[in-house]
Design a protein around this ligand. Sequence first.
Ligand code: NI
Length: 224
Amino acid sequence: MLIEIPNVFSKQEVSHLREQLDARRWIDGNQTSGAMATTRKRNQQLDKDDPVAIRIGELIMERLLAHPLFVSAALPLQFYPPLFNRYQGGETFGYHIDNAIRSTNEGMVRTDLSATLFLSEPESYQGGELVIQDTYGQQSIKLAAGSLVLYPSTSLHQVTPVTSGERTAAFMWLQSMVRDEGQRRLLFQLDQSIQSLTAQTTAEQELFNLTGIYHNLLRRWSEL
Ligand code: NI
């Protein structure tokens, strides 16, 4: 399941974030990759200890944890905090699957879900599509600045070469309370239907029952 979350940040907020990020020192992206990735990856990143990157990363996590669609789709337990990358002059990241486990200062995170927050307007660069091999086929993603895509970390994915302009993005991983993607998808679909019914019907007892079923499934399937 691949979910787009539009307007996590407004255009004005994105340009303010970009001013701060662009002024930092960008380094070779291979300093943060696993062994498999290094031969396929050509891009730039901010150091994970860069104080501006850490602060903006915290703002992104805070914003996402307050976003009902994100919470419903991800059922987040633990983030691997956002990192920032930039592609220009033909830079690319060929097909790969992300590492399963990442360590943070707070301990280990199993990467159940990956997310990319786009911070460049799509018309400002050529190429740079995030291509994801989903269970339903191949999807090519290039979102407006301030919008995010969330997808299972089990997916094979690539970033195609950026042949003109530059593409800046934040990317992150998270461990979900519900490890199994199929169970997570069912919970998401049930929750979205409940939200939609809540907005339009007076069938209170049925909605009450469905909400109870949602919570009983979540109780059965979550691990904390
Ligand atoms: Ni990746």
